[in-house]
Design a protein around this ligand. Structure first.
Ligand SMILES: [Zn+2]
Length: 178
């Protein structure tokens, strides 16, 4: 029996990953502009979300991505397949964005935990403190993701189906991302 993740499960994990960045980013630094996220059929994803000025809070937004993926263990992907037309449009847009950025950094899965580790290292020179801060941030991100899992899953479901979506904040026009 193959243990390869299916296309649906890979796409679902990516959708949860980007949705978690977005919802946690908005939670920690709501700028009233909402959250945009995109995933492509080929794999890479992108999230545009408010980022806190405080670097430790910003690290939580990075750590939220991998924490969001863990929700795949308790939330099944949507039954209906992605909308082919919308997904194709999202693929095209995301490819343009990534090319424009020219960094190529997100063409493979972004290593968010490495980013969080870099933050932790900057704030504690001692190795023991570093480990403690790093694990504290990962655990705090997991707790935030659990507390807001309903909103993250709702955004991820839409992202899974459409490939690209914008989620407004409570005062915005697209509050209900179902
Ligand atoms: Zn990420």
């Amino acid at each position: 029996m193959s243990t390869e993740p299916t296309f649906a499960m890979q796409r679902w994990r990516l959708a949860l990953h980007e949705a978690a960045h977005g919802i946690v980013g908005r939670l920690l630094a709501d700028d009233g502009l909402g959250v945009g996220a995109a995933i492509s059929t080929a794999g890479p994803g992108r999230c545009w979300c408010p980022m806190p000025d405080n670097p430790l809070l910003a690290a939580l937004v990075f750590a939220a991505g991998p924490a969001g993926e863990a929700l795949a263990a308790s939330h099944a992907p949507p039954d209906e397949p992605p909308d082919a037309r919308q997904s194709e449009a999202a693929d095209g847009l995301l490819a343009e964005v990534l090319t424009a950025e020219k960094s190529g950094a997100e063409l493979k899965a972004p290593d968010d935990t490495a980013t969080v580790a870099a933050f932790a290292g900057r704030f504690s020179a001692e190795r023991v403190q570093w480990n403690g801060l790093y694990l504290t941030m990962l655990n705090a991100a997991r707790a935030l993701v659990e507390d807001h899992s309903a909103e993250i899953v709702a955004l991820a479901r839409r992202l899974f189906r459409e490939g690209l979506c914008v989620h407004r904040s409570a005062t915005g026009v697209e509050e209900n991302a179902q």
